[in-house]
Design a protein around this ligand. Structure first.
Ligand SMILES: [Zn+2]
Length: 112
């Protein structure tokens, strides 16, 4: 398993989003005021991907709510489950550069 190199800055949903490895206390965060997503530096690669997808889902939900497309944010349990399932799906499909399908089998045998 190779390592994800952070920080990364992308243009996301109309403004720059910077992903950093500086989360402390929580697994990750999304700061709407700065467009920053943070992940724990010591998280393993699968966890980092899962946290980034999780925070992107919060970002997407906020954008949809601001646009009036949804009336309330999905609850945290939905975000956690969706992020985990999307990350495992992408990894098992071989679509993540830093987490292979075999890595998922070892790390999350219950989801393989
Ligand atoms: Zn969350």
């Amino acid at each position: 398993m190779s390592e994800l190199t952070l920080p990364i800055t992308i243009e996301g949903l109309g403004s720059p989003i910077t992903i950093k490895a500086d989360a402390e206390g929580a697994f990750g965060y999304f700061d709407e005021t700065t467009g920053e997503i943070g992940v724990r530096a010591e998280a393993d690669e699968l966890e980092k991907h899962c946290i980034i997808v999780h925070e992107f889902l919060h970002l997407t939900a906020s954008t949809l709510k601001q646009a009036g497309a949804i009336t309330r944010q999905p609850d945290e349990a939905f975000i956690v489950n969706a992020a985990t399932q999307l990350t495992v799906l992408l990894a098992k499909a071989g679509m993540l550069a830093h987490v292979s399908p075999a890595d998922v089998d070892v790390m999350l045998p219950e989801l393989s």
